[in-house]
Design a protein around this ligand. Structure first.
Ligand SMILES: [Zn+2]
Length: 122
């Protein structure tokens, strides 16, 4: 892959990371405000709902940051753009849409299929 393209994708990854961190910061501020407000009004039900939502967002965003960091590490070790499933080059248009992806389309579909298999109950 041309170094120029990798540079562009690297910039994109870094700005994506900053966006997520900024978003998390806003969530933290909002959460603190709600926590203070709740101690006055004791809206326990609402608090539980919000805390659940917050936990979900936090988890998803943490995963995104991990994926971005992983991609940046791969750029550093010159492994960027290589599928971790089949070791083939991930097509550039896919990387432009999903710069933090670890898999080519075929391997990503396979990984999703695996996750969709329901756990076996005894
Ligand atoms: Zn693959």
């Amino acid at each position: 892959m041309p170094a120029k393209e990798i540079d562009l994708l690297k910039e994109k990854l870094i700005s994506m990371r900053q966006d997520i961190l900024q978003c998390l910061q806003h969530l933290d501020d909002g959460w603190q405000y709600l926590a203070e407000k709740d101690s006055e009004f004791e809206e326990e039900a609402q608090k539980a709902d919000l805390s659940e939502l917050y936990a979900q967002l936090d988890e998803r965003e943490k995963e995104e940051i991990e994926a971005i960091d992983h991609a940046l590490e791969k750029i550093g070790s010159l492994q960027y753009g290589k599928c971790e499933g089949c070791s083939k080059q991930i097509p550039l248009p896919r990387l432009q849409v999903l710069p933090a992806t670890r898999f080519c389309l075929a391997c990503s579909a396979k990984a999703e299929e695996k996750e969709r298999i329901p756990p076996a109950f005894p």
